[in-house]
Design a protein around this ligand. Structure first.
Ligand code: FE2
Length: 565
């Protein structure tokens, strides 16, 4: 019998994670933040590495290859800036050319600290297995390309803040290979130098709160400062597949220039102009790439593609035939990317015909049975108030319809930044007043940030214009008039939505939505991630109960247990 090919993927940088790929399919993947309760945890994903074996029920000795994402570890700016990162930020301009960038990465890769990873591998008894490094942007590209929803030759785009000295790449995917045809050095990153620095300039956290700028954008008037904003970054006029830093500074050193350029400009107008210019340069870059390659089916990954509004604009470009955004677009995703790339290279070398699986449901994480949950409820004293409910899905649907805000903890943890019904807080989307309660009593959330809907697949066309199956909350849509029914889950200013279309990939969640629909006639609920502001989405029952205790949630449906305050 043919032996299974098992590859362990590890990402040990910003938003660390681990993944297991078996015969080309992702069988387990976990973000370290979900286990240690620290958002965007950066470092060796010690717990996740152990956990993926447990989840997939694969013994570490079965691993054929260990694929490490990134030649050089990525770091979160401001939070952890070892001396070489600070020096790099100061002298980044010296490495703006591809030649110098390669030299630097070669040097830093040689010095890559592997002690912690090797320590974990030793504990698992697999330190002598083959290790392969997958360059950061190839890892992003691999996530999207190898799991694309078609077989054709594909234009593969990556864009992020920085990784292995690059911020963007343009590639052609054919069969089992990804060929890079252009890339942009990190110094020229529009995500980092432009979008993230504006985020910092507005008093928000760089490399974390960019989505808040995007959420603010519809409130402002872009024209007020678009001319100034355009001076920060553009598509390189001489190299149309590359971006260019035109402000002449890198990360933190941009701030001084921004203070001068944007003095007395309103924060909402700055946000609007930033989003508009970002969309404009991405559109130009994508059009150039289509023209250069003749390919109009596109796969995208990298943190910049978490910008659901920009994704909407790209989807609507006339020349784009189809576009697929990998949902774990940020660096958390590259453990999967590294494992997939490792798998294809391994098969190529060994003369094995590789398997391929289109992306489906992404509940790749750990799950807990009712007995374990009961133990935790006992330990925390909540068992007195908890009730075991056989038809918990109906009960939750009814509670939501009665204006209660209910957290749902069920099945395996989602992969990527979005809660897709297994670690979600659900509310009735019909009435805007629910937003006040959600923002102030539960999530301590910024008042301008929109919520998002989960919509039954058969009701998608009722609420979304130019409907397309969108199960991952990675793309925004304009909405119909009927979407008034789910008004609290739309952007309050421009009425766009970032939906999760719910089909039978998640029967439990679908049943909750059906129960809500039976009572109200409304085909969707408001779905926000189950966490408190500043914390990651809850991973474990312990984290779920702690979050429940420390918030104004009305109820918690955890497994088949229901706790109502
Ligand atoms: Fe990245």
């Amino acid at each position: 019998m043919k032996k299974d090919i098992v590859v362990l993927g590890i990402h040990d940088g910003h938003n660390a994670s681990a993944a297991l790929v078996k015969n080309g399919s992702v069988v387990a993947a976990v973000q370290e933040e979900r286990l240690v309760n620290e958002k965007n945890y950066s470092g060796t994903p010690t717990n996740s590495i152990r956990k993926v074996f447990e989840i997939a029920d694969i013994h570490p000795s079965e691993v054929d290859l260990i694929a490490i994402a990134s030649l050089v570890r990525t770091h979160a700016p401001l939070k952890e800036r070892p001396i070489h990162v600070r020096l790099y930020e100061k002298y980044a301009f010296l490495f703006r050319s591809h030649k110098m960038r390669k030299l630097l990465i070669y040097f830093l890769h040689k010095r890559r600290d592997m002690n912690e990873i090797i320590g974990v591998l030793k504990e698992l008894g697999i330190e002598s297995k083959e290790i392969m490094f997958v360059e950061h942007h190839f890892a992003h590209a691999a996530c999207a390309y190898y799991q694309r929803p078609w077989d054709d030759e594909t234009l593969v785009l990556t864009l992020d803040g920085a990784g292995d000295g690059l911020c963007a790449s343009v590639n052609i995917g054919r069969d089992s290979t990804i060929e890079r045809i252009a890339s942009t050095t990190a110094y020229n990153s529009p995500s980092n130098v432009f979008y993230s620095e504006i985020t910092g300039y507005l008093g928000l956290k760089r490399w974390d709160h960019e989505y808040k700028v995007m959420g603010m954008a519809p409130y402002g008037i872009a024209e007020d400062c678009i001319d100034e904003i355009r001076k920060i970054a553009r598509v390189n006029p001489k190299m149309p597949l590359e971006f260019e830093n035109t402000i002449g500074a890198y990360v933190i050193y941009v701030q001084k220039k921004l203070r001068k350029m944007l003095a007395e400009k309103r924060f909402d107008n700055i946000a609007a102009a930033t989003q508009k210019h970002f969309e404009d340069i991405l559109t130009e870059w994508v059009r150039n790439a289509i023209e250069e390659t003749g390919l109009s089916k596109i796969c995208c990954a990298g943190g910049a593609f978490l910008n659901v509004k920009a994704n909407k604009v790209l989807r609507e470009i006339e020349e784009v035939e189809d576009i697929f955004f990998y949902p774990a677009a940020g660096d958390e995703g590259i453990a999967v990317g590294a494992a997939l790339e490792g798998y294809y290279r391994f098969c190529e070398r060994e003369g094995i015909k590789p398997g391929r699986e289109e992306l489906g449901p992404i509940y790749y994480g750990m799950e807990y049975d009712d007995d374990y949950i009961k133990e935790v409820l006992k330990r925390t004293g909540w068992i007195e108030k908890a009730e075991y409910v056989d038809n918990i899905e109906e009960e939750v649907g009814e509670l939501i319809a009665n204006n209660k805000i209910i957290a749902v903890f069920n099945g395996r943890v989602e992969w990527g930044p979005r809660a897709l019904g297994n670690r979600s807080i659900l509310a009735d989307p019909r009435d805007m007043r629910i937003i006040h309660k959600l923002n102030f009593a539960i999530k301590q959330r910024d008042f301008w940030m929109p919520f998002a809907p989960s919509v039954l697949e058969e009701r998608g066309e009722d609420y979304l214009q130019d409907y397309k199956f969108a199960p991952y909350m990675i793309e925004a849509f304009d909405t119909t008039e009927k979407a008034d029914e789910i008004v609290a889950a739309l952007h309050p200013r421009d009425r766009t939505a970032r939906p999760q279309i719910v089909n039978d990939w998640n029967p439990h969640y679908r049943n909750i939505l059906k129960a809500f629909e039976d009572i109200t006639g409304v085909g969707g609920v408001l779905n926000t991630s189950f966490n408190l502001h500043g914390y990651p989405i809850v991973g474990t029952p312990e984290m779920a109960i702690w979050t429940f205790e420390n918030s104004g949630l009305d109820g918690l449906a955890i497994g088949n247990w229901l706790v109502v305050k």
